[in-house]
Write a protein that binds this ligand. Structure first.
Ligand SMILES: C[C@H](CCC(=O)NCCS(=O)(=O)O)[C@H]1CC[C@H]2[C@@H]3[C@H](O)C[C@@H]4C[C@H](O)CC[C@]4(C)[C@H]3C[C@H](O)[C@]12C
Length: 327
């Protein structure tokens, strides 16, 4: 399972948890403006917006899981297993632009300076299921794409590519986004304030513990529960607007849906865990992350790299707890 969220203070923040039972070899990867991006059906893009994000680099190609570009547009792919359907290649000469599922993040972030531009590009695009290689078949995903003004969810479904407005700025996994949004109706009575007795005037009921206004908010790890949990947490989250206060709060928001080893068994003795949590300051191009075994926040700054360069910049994740001794 995975969860993605947006957050706005003075700057715009975008991040996700990546929950899985193994890592592909994730690296914080900067694609500079002049790295030539080879698209399977759309030719080679010679220059474009720079981007930073988490990727598995295969054959020198950045297979991004999530990234933001230098214009402050962020994007993340999350599992959508059983629902994601990709199209056949459109061979017509005046047909749509064929983009493979693994190319979607670079395709969009290399060209779009806003979600408005993303919508435009998506309307001309045909998302196809051609795999990157035999070893890496097409992942079944849906995406959240956001800038500081708005967020959308993109879902490739049996009856075509759906683009939904995403007013909560969060995404998890199944079921499809419209159902996730509908289920929030079930929680409209929840509140960060203490509840009052509407149960019965004849009973003397009291709020005997703090936090009872949100009683009923789910806490299990299913995707539908994480959607409600993180939506409630994000919509009610308050923080100062400095960089440190913002990122600290952002990690707390995603911390509300953290997955601990042992609680979600996916095969005999195999457990899904939160492999990493990211928080990107999309306005300033800084990618912060923690990993399951490293709670210290590590950062990579897009603008400390040669942005007009031609080669990828890659940072393997720093893992292992970093303990600051006090005596
Ligand atoms: C496994 C990741 C999603 C995690 C997630 O959503 N877990 C939820 C589990 S569940 O369903 O709800 O049970 C996804 C997110 C991005 C994916 C990667 C990116 O799409 C980039 C390439 C795409 C290639 O087709 C496959 C390898 C790959 C490198 C993908 C591997 C894997 O599918 C990733 C890493």
């Amino acid at each position: 399972m995975c969860t993605a969220a947006t957050y706005k203070t003075k700057d715009f923040y975008f991040g996700r948890t990546l929950d899985y039972e193994f890592s592909y070899g994730d690296e914080v990867t900067v694609t500079p403006r002049n790295y030539k991006i080879p698209f399977r059906y759309m030719g080679e893009m010679e220059s474009h917006y720079a981007m930073i994000g988490m990727a598995y680099v295969a054959e020198d190609y950045p297979l991004y899981y999530d990234a933001v570009n230098e214009k402050g547009v962020g994007m993340a792919g999350l599992n959508f297993v059983g629902n994601a359907v990709y199209q056949e290649v459109d061979e017509a000469e005046d047909g749509k632009e064929n983009v493979c599922q693994y190319e979607l993040i670079p395709w969009i972030l290399s060209q779009c300076a806003s979600v408005r531009e993303v919508r435009e590009l998506l309307s001309r695009m045909n998302l196809v299921g051609t795999p990157f290689s035999e070893q890496l078949p097409a992942a079944q995903l849906h995406w959240i794409i956001a800038d500081e003004k708005e967020a959308i969810t993109v879902e490739p479904m049996k009856d075509g590519l759906k683009v939904h407005e995403n007013p909560v700025g969060v995404l998890t996994n199944n079921p499809p986004f419209e159902q996730q949004m509908f289920q929030l109706n079930n929680y409209m009575h929840l509140s960060p304030r203490q509840p009052e007795n509407h149960f019965s005037e004849k009973l003397n009921l009291t709020a005997y513990s703090r936090g009872m206004g949100a009683m009923g908010l789910p806490g299990d790890l299913s995707s539908a529960s994480r959607f409600a949990k993180v939506a409630f947490t994000k919509m009610n989250a308050k923080s100062g607007d400095s960089e440190l206060e913002s990122i600290s709060q952002f990690f707390h928001i995603l911390g509300s849906v953290d997955q601990q080893r042992g609680c979600c068994e996916v095969a005999d003795g195999k457990y899904e865990i939160t492999l990493y949590t990211s928080c990107c300051n999309a306005s300033k191009g800084i990618y912060y992350y923690t990993t399951y075994e490293n709670h210290q926040i590590t950062a990579v700054d897009l603008y400390r790299e040669e942005l007009d360069g031609t080669k990828l910049f890659r940072y393997p994740l720093i893992t292992g707890e970093q303990i600051r001794w006090q005596n």
